[in-house]
Design a protein around this ligand. Sequence first.
Ligand SMILES: [Cu+2]
Length: 190
Amino acid sequence: MTAPSLRGQVFLGAAAVILLTALSLVAVGVVGSVVNPGGPGFLSRTRCVAPNLPGPVVSVSLTNMGGPMMGRPHGMMDGAMRMTANRSAVAHGTVSFLVTNGGTISHELVILRLPDNQIPGTRPIGGDAKIDESGSLGEASNTCADGAGQGILPGASGWVTVTLPPGRYELICNLPGHYAAGMYTQLTVN
Ligand SMILES: [Cu+2]
């Protein structure tokens, strides 16, 4: 009877296949959402781990209530989107932003100077439902990565490191309609 040892080998083989399959699924889950940031993917929420970021780190949270996924085509305009930072002031020089999207749709962070006497949230909105972001000092709009991309997916983070002189800044999300819906906050650089 060779059956016991044969069975053992078959069992070990099957276990190895299952383990390898599980590992490849994990790899596909992590890489797939980055390779195809705009696609539906099979993971509804993407998670990622940021590297150690230089300088003081401003943690920014992006959220929205409802929105298109709740069956309201114009939900993005209903004023229920928020951008909050864990600090309102930071020392000048190298500053990093770690931006986490806790909402149900993609968002981003764009860093703009806030001119003297201008109130956050009052920039003129163009015909494309966006504001003029020329002169941006940097942005975090990449899923699980640094810098500019196609938006940070729900549940995921993006990050960026910039050099900021002293002054007032407005942090905004400039996806169409999001600034008007409330996605802005002020940061003072001392
Ligand atoms: Cu947004």
